[in-house]
Design a protein. Structure first.
Length: 205
């Protein structure tokens, strides 16, 4: 699945709660950008709630290969925890999101069906309390040019409504800017077509 032109994600972490037959399910939703952040966030929650029986989670993140998903049942019966959490993330159409549900066992077995309902409901409660925003993926470039070409370059950047990150002027000019991915091809084409020999554009790391 290719990376979308825009997607919904969380503006900030949120939390929720579900109780069933003595068991307590604490849910936490986080905006995340990669699997390293996911690993660190899960590790932090494991330490904070070290006395809990299970720390189950699911995530959806974007990348160069498209959207990646992952689940972890942490000792619960297969697909009774991570899968229903993931389904809630999908139902909200969210990306770059991690949801962790921490379970304190109440002494009564819930069965696979009961577990699926509990993890689903806990995850939904956290997401219902979340602030959601729309994001447009961006590419970052830098344009290098001579002083005489500054006005030509700035005219294109202004008209394309890019976000300028940094500007450097020494023996010429260098501007680092971000542009929505869906507009990057036309923006770079315009810069490369300027009637100026000194203008060079390259992707910024």
């Amino acid at each position: 699945m290719p990376e979308p032109d825009s997607y919904l994600t969380l503006s900030a972490p949120s939390s929720g709660l579900y109780r069933e037959k003595g068991s307590k399910f604490l849910s936490f939703a986080f905006p995340v950008k990669d699997e390293q952040v996911i690993k660190e966030t899960v590790g932090r929650l494991r330490k904070e709630y070290h006395d809990a029986r299970h720390h189950c989670y699911a995530f959806r993140i974007t990348g160069e290969g498209g959207i990646r998903e992952g689940i972890h049942d942490d000792g619960e019966p297969g697909h009774s925890a991570g899968r229903p959490i993931l389904r809630q993330i999908e139902s909200f159409n969210l990306v770059n999101v991690l949801v962790i549900v921490v379970r304190y066992f109440g002494g009564v077995l819930l069965g696979v069906g009961g577990l699926m309902h509990a993890y689903k409901t806990a995850a939904r409660d956290a997401l219902e309390h979340a602030s959601i925003r729309r994001v447009e993926p961006e590419d970052q470039f830098e344009v290098l040019f001579g002083y005489d070409d500054l006005s030509l370059v700035m005219k294109v950047l202004d008209e394309e409504q890019v976000r300028i990150e940094h500007q450097f002027y020494d023996q010429g000019g260098r501007i680092v800017f971000s542009v929505p991915r869906k507009k990057s091809e036309s923006c770079i084409s315009r810069l490369n077509s300027l009637p100026a020999r000194s203008v060079r554009v390259r992707q910024s790391k």
